[in-house]
Design a protein around this ligand. Structure first.
Ligand SMILES: *[C@@H]1O[C@H](CO)[C@@H](O)[C@H](O)[C@H]1NC(C)=O
Length: 644
């Protein structure tokens, strides 16, 4: 996942009195404790749910090891001759070209095309072995084999296993950079679990990209070359004899600001290949993923250059989290799918296929089910999956453990999203509920729901679908009973639920989700539609004093969809509290705040982040916060005053 600048800024400005002990949490969704780390540590953003006190100062990434030595083994590209040469310093004690591991048995080499086709679609074991300092340090327990069985039985063909090595060096000095053997064994154990479940497995070096490898934060390039080579040499040695279903990816989302940084990422791909070749075993024949700068579609298409000679079968991997405001719920962006947005997505996802005729992997993409409206999210998932299909790219959904698979219960939190990806991988189009896409709309409708306000007269209800060439075959309730001809009718792309059918669910004074209907089409996913009786949520109080540097939290009672759609934040004089440029956005986005950085909702608790109080205090004026709920229609909101 990518950083959100708002959160970084928030973490940097929060100054609580108490200090967090080394490796402790110092921020993130649901976190209300201290945010200042003890001496020698700094608060690092990992994801929206987790900030952590990690070793070192903010811009010092070498962890105090002596990196002045020149014992670097690196592969450089000679532009003039376009050949690859390996240079090794005189003082190096590194095992360059020693022949490496010898494996028993044989290896059936796959082409990258074969591998990419076979791995699609895939799933990411996120926030797990990539957590720091250790597996289990974030929001997920240690991995168990049943997780991979669940992933395979859901129809995924591959798993990407991100691994952060940064805090697992038992000797973090040049030239050894020895990785703790217990950690390498654990990585192997997890890789074996996934292979045993019949999955193709892609593993990498992950958050190291922001720890000791971030040249944009001042890390030393020579140190990175040497330590990165050593890291991959050791991983390669540990996993040298695995079969052809295991593949390697050089480095996750290495920050790169310009062409020079990008050239360094290109060089690291070559060092990665050299280390693998030197480690021996089957590694020189294994499929690998090379990466472009930041694994961003635009930067990759602009600046990625493969090493002059690549012996391994290789694919190019990049990630997709765009548009930012929809994916990360910023500025009230709860709709997606306007023609201009579909076109922008198509253009972005055409860049890498347009520039490189090699097998492609979209190794991460996701829009959280926690805070995105489902019809918009499904359309976005479908558009990404359609474009991946058109370019023959493998598509791997990111999962931080909170968004997709519930690893405790084995349930998929948004089954429709999983089906959308699988159907596209099989070449099928999906029929999906429509929702408002007009960027100038003042209200938002969604056919992922039957919305009925408590007390309104019950009437027949129209749901609009984009059929995409399929036909509706059946509608069933959550208990599996199919609706009959008196329950609904179909006209073109409109499905009308009859008032007699809806009567039993809607004739009530009790708000809530009353039923979940599954719509089955002649092909593609079977999306669900929730029947919701709604009313305006209840807040325990609607005014309180701003409190500097502290989140304000209280329980609210939602009445219908259990979520907060958006929050408008203005000062008493009408000026926007944040991002006054949102005046140029549509009516549903103007003056709206950003999820997680400024507010969020979890369980039944609403959080007004410290940044909001701080803005009110700085302005010396009351803040008027309007919390909006689904459906986003006139009146379904609660106004809250934060007094200066
Ligand atoms: C290749 O990438 C560049 C830079 O991102 C882009 O401007 C161009 O349109 C791409 N070419 C194709 C054919 O997609």
């Amino acid at each position: 996942m990518r950083k959100t600048e708002t959160l970084l800024a928030l973490a940097a400005t929060a100054a609580a009195q108490a200090t967090v002990s080394p490796w402790g949490q110092c921020g993130g969704i649901g976190y209300t404790g201290a945010t200042t780390c003890s001496d020698g540590y700094h608060c690092q953003y990992w994801n929206d749910y987790y900030y952590q006190c990690v070793e070192g100062a903010e811009t010092t990434t070498t962890g105090g090891s002596d990196t002045s030595t020149t014992s670097v083994s690196s592969t450089t590209t000679d532009d003039a001759s376009s050949t690859t040469t390996t240079t090794s310093s005189t003082t190096s004690s590194e095992p360059t070209s020693t022949g490496g591991v010898t494996c028993p048995g044989t290896f059936s080499k796959l082409t990258a095309e074969e591998y990419v086709a076979a791995m699609n679609p895939g799933w990411n074991l996120g926030n797990t072995l990539d957590a720091v300092p250790d597996e289990g340090s974030w929001n997920n327990a240690a991995v168990v084999p049943s997780t991979f069985a669940q992933v395979a039985s859901a129809g995924f063909k591959s798993v990407r296993i991100p691994v952060t090595y940064a805090y697992h060096f038992s000797d973090d000095t040049s030239p050894d950079y020895t990785i703790d053997p217990d950690w390498l064994s654990r990585v192997e154990e997890v890789v074996d679990m996934a292979l045993d479940a019949g999955l193709y497995v892609l593993t990498n070096v992950h958050h190291d990209s922001w720890i000791w490898m971030d040249i944009t934060a001042g890390a030393d390039q020579d140190m990175i070359r040497e330590k990165f080579y050593r890291t991959w040499h050791q991983i390669g040695t540990q996993l040298a004899c695995k079969g052809p279903m295991l593949s390697f990816e050089s480095i996750n989302e290495l920050p790169a600001e310009g062409e020079e940084d990008a050239a360094f990422v290109n060089e690291l791909n070559a060092i990665f290949l050299q280390a693998l070749e030197d480690s021996g075993g089957f590694n020189a024949d294994r499929v690998v993923n090379l990466v472009g700068p930041a694994m961003d579609a635009t930067k990759t298409s602009q600046w990625f250059e493969p090493p002059a000679e690549v012996k391994n079968p290789w694919a190019l991997q990049y990630h997709y989290y765009s548009p930012y405001d929809f994916v990360f719920s910023a500025w009230g962006k709860t709709t997606w799918g306007a023609d201009s947005e579909v076109e922008a997505l198509e253009n972005e996802l055409a860049l890498v296929p347009g520039n490189f005729s090699v097998p492609l992997v979209i190794g991460e993409f996701d829009a959280s089910q926690i805070n995105c409206e489902p019809a918009g999210r499904w359309k976005w998932f479908d558009a990404v999956a359609r474009m991946a299909g058109e370019s023959g790219s493998a598509l791997l959904v990111w999962d931080n453990g909170l968004d997709n698979l519930d690893r405790d219960t084995g349930e998929w939190r948004d089954h429709t999203a999983v089906e959308i990806v699988k159907s596209r991988a099989e070449g099928e189009a999906n029929s999906l509920p429509d929702a408002t896409t007009d960027l100038q709309a003042t209200e938002q409708d969604s056919s992922a729901y039957v919305f009925h306000k408590v007390g309104d007269a019950v009437a027949a209800y129209d749901l609009e679908f984009s059929l995409n060439g399929n036909a509706l075959e059946s509608v069933a309730t959550s208990s599996g009973s199919e609706l009959g001809s008196s329950d609904y009718s179909v006209s073109g792309s409109t499905v009308t639920l009859s008032s007699s059918f809806l009567q039993a669910y809607l004739d009530t004074t009790e708000p809530g989700v009353k039923e979940t209907l599954t719509f089955t089409f002649s092909a593609g996913a079977s999306p669900v539609v929730e029947i919701v009786v709604w009313d305006v949520p209840e807040f325990p109080y609607t005014t309180t004093a701003a409190t500097s540097d502290t989140d304000i939290t209280f329980s609210i009672t939602t009445k219908g969809v259990d979520s907060v759609a958006a929050a408008k934040m203005v000062l008493a004089d009408g000026t926007y509290m944040f991002d006054d440029w949102t005046v140029y956005l549509g009516p549903l986005q103007q003056a709206r705040a950003t999820w997680s950085g400024q507010y969020y909702y979890e369980g039944d608790v609403l959080y007004i982040r410290a940044a909001v109080s701080d803005a009110v205090i700085a302005a010396g004026q009351d803040g008027i916060l309007t919390f909006e709920f689904y459906p986003r229609v006139e009146g379904n909101s609660v106004e809250f005053t934060l007094t200066a």
